[in-house]
Design a protein around this ligand. Structure first.
Ligand SMILES: O=C(O)c1ccccc1N[C@@H]1O[C@H](COP(=O)(O)O)[C@@H](O)[C@H]1O
Length: 217
């Protein structure tokens, strides 16, 4: 991107409880994520996700996360949960990702021996509104709480990117200062157990992102 944003967007992912959704909104996060990846310990049923989506405050986005789910399931989730953004973590191609009438971001595997090239990514996913750089290796699930080497972030990304993978209240200040992402996405680092968010960690995460952003004002 030409200009670094003045404010780093925050997405909390893998929420499973209404009280965590309420606190996320009160803390001012921009988006919350609901997981439909098959093997995830944070996976929701459609009606659970719909109830959590209905608990959102205005102007907070609902993002739903998939990993090689079939098209019928994605359609069903989109119809019932009405997300504002889709997040794909698997081998889905651009035609699949854009086929549901909802904007999408594509997760990019930055772990293992994966390497990412900005121009190639943007050519492969022309309809993506942005990319989410995550620490898992290709074909593996995310949400592991592990970070990747931020020096491997491709230079000259034109589309916004979200930094993910192993972020926590302890490292997100450094992550934002080092990488200047459009947004940050966190799951494990604000949890006490998979899908169970910890209020104090949620709050401290937001405070640390704001502290990093304030240095630019
Ligand atoms: O959360 C999951 O279980 C999950 C499953 C499959 C793909 C991605 C998943 N989570 C996403 O991974 C990143 C990083 O998570 P973490 O902060 O390292 O735990 C984030 O986008 C999660 O939503």
């Amino acid at each position: 991107m030409t200009h670094a944003p003045l404010r780093t967007r925050i997405k909390f992912c893998g929420l499973t409880r209404a009280e965590d959704v309420h606190l996320a909104c009160a803390l001012g996060v921009d988006a919350v994520g609901f997981v439909f990846a098959a093997r995830s310990r944070r996976r929701l049923a459609v009606d659970q996700a719909r109830a959590l989506r209905d608990a959102l405050a205005p102007l907070v986005d609902a993002v739903v996360l998939f990993m090689d789910n079939d098209a019928d399931e994605v359609r069903d989730v989109v119809h019932h949960v009405r997300p504002s953004l889709l997040q794909f973590h698997g081998d889905e191609d651009d035609a699949f990702c854009r086929g549901f009438g909802v904007p999408y971001i594509k997760a990019v595997a930055m772990g293992g021996d994966a390497s990412a090239d900005a121009a190639a990514l943007e050519a492969q996913y022309p309809a993506a509104t942005g990319f989410l750089l995550d620490s898992h290796a290709r074909g593996e699930s995310g949400g592991s709480g592990l970070a990747f080497d931020w020096a491997r972030i491709p230079q000259a990304m034109h589309k916004p990117f979200l930094l993910a993978g192993g972020l926590s209240p302890d490292n997100v200040f450094d992550a934002v200062r080092a990488t200047r992402p459009w947004g940050v996405d966190v799951s494990s680092g604000i949890e006490s157990a998979p899908g169970i968010k910890d209020g104090a960690r949620m709050r401290r995460f937001v405070e640390e992102v704001c502290r990093a952003d304030r240095l630019d004002r």
